[in-house]
Ligand binder design. Structure first.
Ligand code: ADP
Ligand code: MG
Length: 401
């Protein structure tokens, strides 16, 4: 792979595919980690006299402009972090973007509007994606791939565009890959993997591969309830992937055969409804129940205090930890304790700990932990999981050729 040092960027229009998909509350950025993570690449290009065109997706708009997913607030924050003006283009390949790019002087930066406002970005149709990539390519001379959180997506700006321009890998992707590589090669044992979050079906696949690598797998978050249901427990209105129960049973069986320890929550914090994240109102019917005695009318929104203790104990002797997915709905204080317990165990422990996932990484910072007390906080959740699964990531493959 070429790095940005291999490119002659002075005076050139350099398209940087970043991952600026930050959590927003209205137009307020609640965690700017992904913006800070790509800043060194952008600063380096600026210092080298490039005309920098930054592009990203934000959220999941439906292929057309949707103001709630505008990158406008990100342009402001990026400008603050870089210490220079970041021009914001109100579209991606329209008049605003072209005008802004044409007006760029060496060392200046423009951020394009959300790539996913254009249906070509995520299209499954090669021709439609290719046409969008052609338009993007006409804006630039060179391409730098640095949106690690999106490299597992076969999207126009990630996969098709680098094929159309001389390209290189950015500093962030290079650093992310170096860390993940360490987890796929010789790991120091015990190697403990902690999985949680809400994208259950996306994440179950990684377990298949981890059964041959990890010594211990801790399951929390929404995913835990599919495991508890597989054991025959009532899970009430918890997140449940009922069609995956056979898969989960097979994992449990294989784990036992391979000597991999599976650790499931022994209790859960439950409520009859999803908490109000905006108002952060107290949860009137909050209750902690044993994992095998969940009430039918309520759902599990966090692991309980006994599970927190259990998980911390199971992390205490770890030498390597990979964690993806919050243990509960940490965005509400009533359901943040499980995530806090895992974060604390990693922060205070001396294992080489890698935290992957947009929400997991944000949780660590929002709950007030010092990033420096973790081995590595990755900007990519799905991307790091797929890397660990041994899959070919389209955005990395595209940078290799
Ligand atoms: P990441 O971004 O770290 O990969 P995910 O996107 O899979 O993680 O999941 C993060 C989300 O999971 C958080 O917004 C959190 O509120 C939610 N979550 C965690 N536990 C539960 C649960 N038991 N039920 C519903 N949602 C949950
Ligand atoms: Mg997420």
């Amino acid at each position: 792979m070429q790095t940005i040092d291999d490119l002659d960027v002075a005076g050139k229009r350099v398209f940087v595919r970043a991952d600026l998909n930050v959590p927003l509350s209205g137009t307020t950025i609640t965690d700017d980690g992904r913006i800070r993570a790509v800043a060194p690449t952008l600063a380096k290009l600026v210092a080298a006299g490039a005309r920098v065109i930054v592009a990203s997706h934000l959220g999941r708009p439906k292929g057309k402009p949707d103001p709630q997913f505008s990158l406008a607030p990100v342009a402001v924050r990026l400008g603050e972090i870089l210490g220079q003006e970041v021009v914001f283009a109100a579209d991606t390949v329209g008049d605003s973007a072209r005008g802004a790019v044409d007006a760029l002087a060496d060392g200046q930066v423009v951020l394009l509007e959300n790539l996913r406002f254009n249906p070509g970005e995520t299209s499954k149709d090669d021709a439609e994606r290719g046409a969008f990539a052609d338009s993007l390519a006409s804006l630039a001379d060179l391409y730098v791939g640095d949106g690690f959180g999106a490299v597992h997506r076969k999207h126009a700006s990630v996969y098709d565009l680098p094929a159309r321009l001389p390209h290189a890998v950015g500093l962030l992707i290079a650093a992310e890959v170096a860390v993940l590589k360490r987890l796929t090669e010789e790991v120091e044992r015990p190697y403990v993997v902690v999985l949680g979050g809400s994208k259950v079906s996306d994440k179950l696949g990684v377990i298949d591969n981890l059964l041959g690598k990890a010594d211990r797998i801790l399951i929390g978050g929404g995913m835990a309830f599919t495991f508890l249901a597989a054991k025959g427990y009532e899970v009430g209105s918890s997140l449940l992937q009922a069609d995956q129960i056979p898969t989960v049973l097979e994992y449990l069986e294989r784990a036992e055969k391979n000597g991999v320890e599976f650790v499931l929550p022994v209790d859960a914090a439950v409520s009859g409804s999803f908490p109000d994240l905006k108002a952060q109102a107290p949860v009137e019917d909050f209750e902690v129940v044993p994992a095998d005695a969940m009430p039918a009318g309520k759902g599990g929104l966090d692991i309980g205090p006994a599970s927190c203790e259990l998980f911390a104990a199971k992390l205490a002797d770890a030498r390597t930890v990979f964690w993806n997915g919050p243990m509960g709905v940490f965005e509400h204080p009533a359901f943040a304790e499980g995530t806090r317990a895992v974060a604390r165990a990693l922060s205070e422990g001396d294992a080489f700990s890698v935290v992957g996932g947009g929400d997991s990484a944000a949780a660590v910072r929002i709950l007030g932990f010092d990033e420096k007390t973790f081995g590595h906080i990755s900007t990519g959740g799905g991307a790091s999981l797929e890397y660990l699964e041994g899959k070919t990531l389209p955005g990395l493959a595209a940078l290799e050729n």
